[in-house]
Design a protein around this ligand. Sequence first.
Ligand SMILES: C[S@@+](CC[C@H](N)C(=O)[O-])C[C@H]1O[C@@H](n2cnc3c(N)ncnc32)[C@H](O)[C@@H]1O
Length: 410
Amino acid sequence: MNVNLIIDRLDHQGRGIGYINKKICFVEDALPGEEVEINIVKENSKIYEATVKKYIKKSDKRVTPECPYYDVCGGCNLLHLGYNDQLAYKQEKVENILSKYGNIDPSLIGKIVPSPEQFNYRNKVSLKVKNIAGFYKNKTNDIVKIDECLLASKPINKLIKKINEFGKLEHISDIVIKAMSDEEVMLIIYTDSCKDVDTFAEYMSDFVKNIIIFGNNKQVSSTNKSNIIARLGKKQYIVNPLSFFQINLAQTLNIYNKINEYVIKSKSNNLLDLYCGTGSIGIFVSDNCESLTGVEIIKEAIENAKENAKLNGVKNSSFYVGDTKLVLDKINSNFDTVIVDPPRAGLDKKVVDDIIKISPSTLVYLSCDPMTLARDLKLLSEKYEIVEVTPYDMFPNTYHVETLVLLKKK
Ligand SMILES: C[S@@+](CC[C@H](N)C(=O)[O-])C[C@H]1O[C@@H](n2cnc3c(N)ncnc32)[C@H](O)[C@@H]1O
């Protein structure tokens, strides 16, 4: 059956939306205003999902993606939209979600801050391996072999090329590359059979100093050191293979500088950094407060946070490992400023209640998912006034967007 559709708008995942007899149809790689002939790939009582068979009328906002893998790779999803239009899409997405699900006045939402780099901004990639290394094909577990990723930084791309020149990658399930600069590079190999990857590790040692091997998800060996250093402004951070670090350093610096402004203006004294990772935000702003407390669930990240506090001369700091909702019961609650930077799931309801109990005068929320942000802001807005909301494009060419919110106690 040939079906033609006119695309009305984009959904929150960057897919085109059209209607077939009033039933919604999500179409990959289709832009508003385009007329497309589609292949329906999924159908249930509420929705259709489709791919484009043929473009009958193309949008003038469409650009030709420079990535040779774009049609098959599931990595990025907005490369076919010009950058200014990507920004407009993300601005509207944050405004729609926060007003619809969080009752937030859209006039509080500032203009999205563009990423300093649209390409080569990622300091980390996770390659899937089945004899070859690459990314999953869109919505499958098949792998598309890649020699270069337009989003990955240059030192990462150099290594990807070398990895696929090696030949058959046996007994390896995943390879993660983290590169904070040309020199601070780490290759992490995940295997179920350490001996068999020695030849590969030895070959790669000509191109990268820090190679870490994980067997059955436990670190079993490393050449050189197991940490690399990330630099943001005047601060330095030790990052190990398991610690989270923001993937776009230049845009992270913009966000952290803004948080620092909030901390200075609020005259913060005792700061609580929840979901602190390697301690990065708290340490960044630590010159402007008297004490810093961090909470994070990954043990290795907290080890980094403690080292990082020392490395950056932060005197009055303590860091706790554990689930925020459990740790908050055990620590003192004398904080005038709380910063939260949770994963996409956002804040547990108990964490929202705990923050309200701690009752800081300043609350800063950094979010990578506007939906959970909207839900949490709605709960917090009983006691907190939303002062300023700023979207940041942390992930160009994907539908993802980061949002920073400043709240003050009512
Ligand atoms: C978006 S990252 C932010 C890290 C850090 N603030 C930064 O800017 O690098 C979220 C962090 O929350 C941690 N995390 C996830 N669930 C958690 C929980 N229930 N309690 C504490 N930390 C958690 C993750 O390990 C991760 O380091």
